[in-house]
Design a protein around this ligand. Structure first.
Ligand SMILES: [Zn+2]
Ligand SMILES: [Zn+2]
Ligand SMILES: [Zn+2]
Ligand SMILES: [Zn+2]
Ligand SMILES: [Zn+2]
Length: 367
């Protein structure tokens, strides 16, 4: 059941849009790179490649993080366990914080903690589902979005440090984090990996750990995949941005899950500083349920046109098949077998019925 809802997922890459913010190349000076292996498109700013940017240049050999990890052995460890290695044999498509497990999306590794001792989180094997032990990845969109909205996921540099490490937690009740200030924006950029606050069982009881407890204890349930917070260890559903709305969702499910081609549920923009100050493009992380999101008109019309074309070709095929059948049957028909043709010409009786009902109506009106 659950797998099917992602089958027809709307895919930004198919339309050469950024997998993180969903927008085109060159918008507000944001330069796009495309992975040579999986084809995923990302703005440098959206994927944390700002140091990599060289004046709008496209890098033909560029590979995204999950593609570059193939063939590598990653050092992992659990508490009270010695370091060991897990080999990466394929391009990961499974996100640890949402239910989307198909499609090549922009992803980053998920670590068990910040600091030097942090290593990739290990997801346990599940024999029933036929999955082996593996390292955890997150959609870059899921991590950045939840990081800016709920502040329970944060990006780290390769050495485990994170920007704003000494900052105090902002307790402002009113802040819906609709617009992030420059400092927060910077802390989201250039991540090597992400960390979910409180992911390590022995972590200290700090503001991060309390924040994630609040989100998990709220028992938000994703209205798309049906999973509640706390049911699967790392998945995180967050509430709709509309005031007093009771719907919640996983960011990835809302962007790529059921009916994602119809509803523009996730609005994410990591923000970007350009050379000129007035070009500052504020960061936004807004997510809505079906009722409070806008319908994707552009995509809807594309789909409707496709459906229409499919319908027409299907009709033509069945009509041809009917004709063939009737010819064959007429040709091989033996005297006295008339009854077989009854089901063939379907259109005429239908129109006759219509005419009849119209006539009936007219008759009723006039009488
Ligand atoms: Zn982008
Ligand atoms: Zn790739
Ligand atoms: Zn979900
Ligand atoms: Zn995700
Ligand atoms: Zn809502």
């Amino acid at each position: 059941m659950m797998k099917n809802i992602y089958k027809r997922a709307y895919n930004e890459t198919m339309m050469n849009l950024c997998d993180v913010c969903g927008r085109e190349d060159g918008l507000q000076n944001m330069n796009m790179q495309q992975c040579q292996s999986c084809g995923v498109c990302v703005h440098e700013t959206c994927y944390g490649l700002t140091n990599y940017a060289t004046e709008g240049k496209k890098h033909l050999g560029w590979k995204c993080a999950p593609c570059s990890a193939i063939g590598q052995k990653l050092r992992v460890s659990k508490p009270s366990e010695r370091y060991r290695a897990i080999s990466i044999t394929s391009r990961c498509t499974e996100c640890a914080v949402c239910s989307v497990n198909t499609g090549n999306h922009a992803m980053h590794l998920l670590y068990n903690r910040h600091g030097e001792e942090g290593t990739p989180l290990v997801l346990p094997a599940n024999k029933r589902k036929g999955v082996e032990e593996r390292v955890a990845w997150v959609h870059t969109l899921c991590a950045l979005f939840i990081g800016s909205r709920e502040k329970v996921i944060f990006g780290c540099k390769k050495d485990g440090t994170y920007l704003g490490e000494d900052d105090e937690f902002d307790d402002d009740e009113e802040s819906n984090h609709q617009e992030l200030d420059g400092e927060e924006l910077l802390s989201l950029n250039n991540p090597h990996h992400f960390v979910v606050a409180g992911a390590a069982r022995d972590c200290e009881d700090d503001v991060w750990a309390r924040a994630i407890r609040d989100v998990k204890e709220a028992r938000y349930k994703c209205f798309i995949c049906g999973l509640k917070n706390g049911m699967k260890r790392h998945t995180l559903a967050i509430p709709c941005c509309h005031e007093n709305c009771s719907q919640s969702f996983h960011v990835g499910c809302a962007r790529w899950g059921k009916l994602s081609e119809r509803f523009d549920r996730i609005k994410f923009n990591p923000g970007a500083f350009n050379d000129r100050e007035e070009d500052y493009n504020p960061a936004t992380a807004l997510g809505y349920c079906n009722i409070h999101s806008k319908k994707r008109k552009d995509i809807c019309t594309v789909i409707k046109k496709q459906d229409l074309r499919e319908n027409i070709s299907r009709k033509l095929k069945t009509e041809k098949a009917c004709l063939k059948d009737s010819k064959r049957q007429n040709g091989s028909q033996l005297p006295g077998q008339k009854g077989q043709n009854d089901s063939l010409p379907e259109l005429k009786p239908v129109t006759q019925i219509c005419v009849q009902t119209n006539e009936n109506k007219i008759e009723k009106k006039t009488s």
